[in-house]
Design a protein around this ligand. Sequence first.
Ligand SMILES: *Cc1c(COP(=O)(O)O)cnc(C)c1O
Length: 430
Amino acid sequence: MKTLLLPALPGHPHIDYVGSTLKIEQVTASAVAAEFGTPTYVYSRASIEEAAQRYSQAAQASSVHVALRYAVKANSNLAVLQLLARLGWGFDIVSAGELKRVLAAGGEAGKVVFSGVGKSADDMRFALDVGVECFNVESPSELAALNRVAQAAGKVARVALRVNPDVDAGTHPYISTGLKTNKFGISQDQAAQLALQTAQLEQVQLVGIACHIGSQITTVEPYLDALDKVLDLVEQMEHKGAKIEHIDLGGGLGIRYTDETPPTPQEWLSPLLARISARGFGHRTVVIEPGRSIVGNAGVLLTRTLFLKSTPVKHFAVVDAGMNDLIRPALYSAEQAVVLAEQREGSALKYDIVGPVCESADWLARDRALVLEEGDLLAILSSGAYGMVMASNYNSRGRPAEVMIDGATATLIRPRETPEQLYASERLLP
Ligand SMILES: *Cc1c(COP(=O)(O)O)cnc(C)c1O
């Protein structure tokens, strides 16, 4: 039997070839596709838990108290949130919708950080009523609005100011958030002023400083740069009488999609915590909000090849998943590894893997050497984060099914959407 390992993809510990067959934990990709159809997102419970435990272990290795808050927007399926809630994790949310998911999955409101640049009054009210841990505030207007909503609710909102440290995280412009030209955060000067103003507001209490500099970041340096600026600010604020209980470093640690070599959670966290201790802030709680690095490499998107099509200049594999199912390639020119569920012998051709959606941006991978026949099942690796959560119904396509593998068990955690479901709430004119 031929054993084909994936040496270039060490980020996929529970997704591997056995013989020539792709297995996710103990279940073959082909069996999942036969039972649940395609396109289908498939996640590995063991991979998610292992990634989360790597963060907990990195946190435990230091004397600094670290609060673990999973960024829900990376993958918000209830079963995924449930796994993390059971491990004791809290959550980083960006909408009341995400907060409702967290509560439905068994998460604690008291361990929820509410991020996002545009919170509505209704979202704030709901979050106050259920008692979230902290609002990460991104503008003077938002702070004023939160103060008004909290007054009406008879509550005091715990607040962290999200500063924009103006560092270049070296990532794709659409996923960098810590540059001064980005919409996110408050400039350092403005944050210092705003901290003073919070003292005048009755219904908000300043308890933290937060930053989040981007996503798919593969080096520690930008975090250290941001941290130094954040700690300067904490010093400045405390000098003026503020009491900062926690420092929130955000998320953003990258994963391996093709050949990236991001630091491990340990390699990422330990220099940051060491810097915090060295600068005398070791008694503060440090909040981290990883998303992609928990779920990204724990999921694949299974898709079947419908047609092979050659033009004078290109070979195309038209598959049944499109940009509405996985938008990362179209949105960020993201590269994800693509492998066959059952390896074939033969000579490879270079294919562009494209979907059925009527857009030229509807591609999933480009120039991939594969030995492929019509009907073959493909797995697009590293699809666990920013995959299903960004899926849409464009072209009236129902979103994919989602399946969680746990050892030899495959559980449907969301059925495929039917076309009828898509228009069930629409109305004809009288
Ligand atoms: C998106 C986001 C995260 C998570 O980022 P990842 O790159 O998925 O780790 C964390 N915090 C905030 C505020 C975010 O917006």
